[in-house]
Design a protein around this ligand. Sequence first.
Ligand code: SF4
Ligand code: SF4
Length: 70
Amino acid sequence: MNYITIDKEKCKACYLCINECPKKLLQVSKDTNKLGDHVVEFNDPDNKCLGCAMCATRCPDMAITGVYKG
Ligand code: SF4
Ligand code: SF4
């Protein structure tokens, strides 16, 4: 199962990653970080993540801290 990890304190809520994901697995969260930004969250109930790292590459703040394939 492939998955990513997000550091919500690094996320600036620019949402660039949402459009980048070919499987549309990133969404705006109800959760906020310390700055009050609605961060993104990974939502992959059907295990569609490719582990392609396109989301992590697109993020200007290096908030997607891990891409795991397995
Ligand atoms: S691209 Fe990075 S900073 Fe922007 S919303 Fe996604 S994880 Fe957050
Ligand atoms: S690794 Fe690829 S498929 Fe998985 S969330 Fe990031 S962009 Fe989407």
